[in-house]
Design a protein around this ligand. Sequence first.
Ligand code: 5AD
Ligand code: SF4
Length: 367
Amino acid sequence: MKGHGTLEAVPDELSAADILRFLQTDDPAVIAHLYRTADRIRAEYVGDEIHIRALLNISNYCIRNCCYCGLRRDNRELVRYRMTADEIVAAARRAAAQGYRTIVLQSGEDPFFTEEIVCDIIAQIRSSCDIVITLSLGERNYQTLMRWFQEGARRYLLKYETSDPTLYQAIHPDMQFQDRIRMLENLKEIGYQTGTGIIVGLPGQTYASVADDILLFHKFDADMIACGPFIYNPKTPLCQTTPDRQRYIQPDAVSVYKVIALARIMTRDTLIPATTALRMITPRDGVRMAFQAGANVIMHNVTPQPYAALYEIYPQQAGVDQFPTREAFVSFLESATGRTVSHGYGDRRAVVEGKRRHPERQHVARP
Ligand code: 5AD
Ligand code: SF4
């Protein structure tokens, strides 16, 4: 590490070697400088506003078997649920009435939600409330994604989790890294604001592979980037390990803050959340620190009970959000961060202004 000068003159991009050094350093002064630089860039490129997304977990059925996730199909200990179309539309209307301007419809990869059923849900929400629809429904084919976009969905989340093909293969039985990347490219081509992200501290995940993940955020020109710590779930086959610090990135909050900061520095004007997984391991500090290290987005779970408690990706994630209303959440956020919560839709600025890095893919995201 060359000292503080390395980042002061931070160019448009950091090299893989720079990123690696920041991920590996334990020097508190260098880490503080990293956060400050990310915070300055965040203020310059996306301003001080925080964007809140309503999160509706519509089904916990999943046909995939990701080794780290409690929703995996082989987890027989989980009680499964699926919201009806009417329940989903009613929840979206309630969210809009409370002042949310984005709703994320998320589920495990559940084939029950066919192209037609989701089209119908999108149409009903769009005809009855002013809210941007984000989908997070797993891997789907081009035609289906196109239909949903035409119906009015505007954003899609699909994390690649790790860009290390060997690690990806080891923890995703029956899945291919290339399929993820192809789908992410399809989403961009269709015109979605496209979110991706990683899990930080997966067993066997090296610092170098996380540096590559961060470079890929930039190369892919992701619009939204979500990074959370790996949280061990005893109902899954992935073991809890104590990774060797020299080689492997730790699944701790500081690793996540660093990844957020580096993603902000590399991608400038993107939407970066303080993720639920991060808040799970450090509920209060996680929010404050993530927002000081480059984050500008947060999700608020609006899934009704009894479903909310069953969306158990990892332990304790399930359950009632501490904040019963949007208002209560807003006042917590504003006092924890000293920033204000936006009343807008929270699109990526480059998309709205047509300044996406790949000009052939410009789309304005307003429905
Ligand atoms: N720890 C952290 N994040 C997890 N996810 C799934 N299981 C875990 C876990 N054990 C995240 C993945 C996935 C989303 C559904 O939740 O990033 O994209
Ligand atoms: Fe299913 Fe997603 Fe969990 Fe994998 S990470 S098992 S696709 S819900």
